[in-house]
Design a protein around this ligand. Structure first.
Ligand code: NJP
Length: 230
């Protein structure tokens, strides 16, 4: 049977690269994002998904369960870099809802399915694309890194809870990646030495393809040009 992998935030950047990589390796991909019109990848289906919206997540999850999904990759996320004095409640909610609630809702919607799979002797996986800043911060980072600290905490708590039903949980922590992140354009000259979306997709792929007795807890990866910061 083909492996079935659900990917949130699959319309561009890391998520799209991952959908292409997974499909090329023979998996069936169920990709979700708000803007999926015109997307086409052999071996992938794209569904409209807003990870902050419960009914939208429920519809996405129903299709995933129907297809017998093996793994969920929570990749959807937004960036926002403001000093504390400029953070509005609206911007707080947009970033926290997308990055934190947007990780919780798709996961929550599939836990019953993952537990049922465990009862049938099948393991499942959740891979959360957080950030290298899920455990450090900087000026202007309150909101974004705060959301990523929280997403990391959700990831760790899920790993504890999921252990009972054989769920393998992985945190992928990329540094700077050349995508559309934070409203920039992909391919801009100043990002020439940054990670490529494929670099991060390969890290996810690694976590998803290790032998069943092995759990990859975390992968931290940076472009060489990025300062060493731990
Ligand atoms: O960014 P981008 P990345 N519901 O903007 C989707 C993390 N990261 O690939 O809905 C559903 O090219 C959006 O689709 P759409 C970052 O925090 C990055 O770099 O159509 N989907 C698009 O497909 C994030 O968690 C860097 O607008 C929603 C995707 O998310 C992950 O990498 C560094 C959505 C974003 O594509 C992927 O971001 C780092 C919603 N409500 C961590 N809102 C970096 N690039 O430097 C957004 O440390 N999306």
């Amino acid at each position: 049977r083909r492996r079935v992998v659900a990917v949130t935030g699959a319309s561009k950047g890391i998520g799209l690269a991952l959908a292409q990589r997974l499909a090329a390796q023979g998996a069936h991909v169920i990709g979700g994002a708000r803007n999926v019109d015109g997307l086409s990848v052999d071996g992938a289906e794209f569904l409209s998904l807003d990870v902050t919206d419960e009914p939208s997540v429920a519809a996405f999850a129903a299709r995933c369960v129907d297809a017998g999904v093996d793994a969920l990759v929570n990749n959807a996320g937004v960036g926002s870099f403001l000093p504390v004095q400029d953070i509005t409640p609206e911007e707080y909610r947009r970033v926290m809802d997308t990055n934190v609630l947007g990780t919780i809702l798709p996961t929550r919607a599939l836990i019953g399915h993952f537990q049922a799979r465990h009862a049938q002797g099948q393991g499942s996986q959740v891979v959360n694309v957080t950030s290298d800043v899920s455990a450090r911060t900087f000026a202007g980072g309150a909101l974004y890194t705060g959301s990523k600290f929280a997403q990391r905490a959700v990831t760790h708590a899920l790993a504890h809870e999921g252990h009972a039903y054989g769920l393998r949980v992985t945190e992928i922590r990329p540094g700077m990646v050349d995508t559309f992140f934070g409203g920039t354009a992909q391919g801009e000259a100043f990002k020439a030495q940054w990670l490529r979306p494929d670099d991060v997709a390969d890290a996810v792929l690694y976590a998803l393809t290790v032998p069943a007795h092995l759990r990859v807890d975390e992968i931290l990866l940076h472009p060489v040009v990025q300062e060493v910061s731990y």
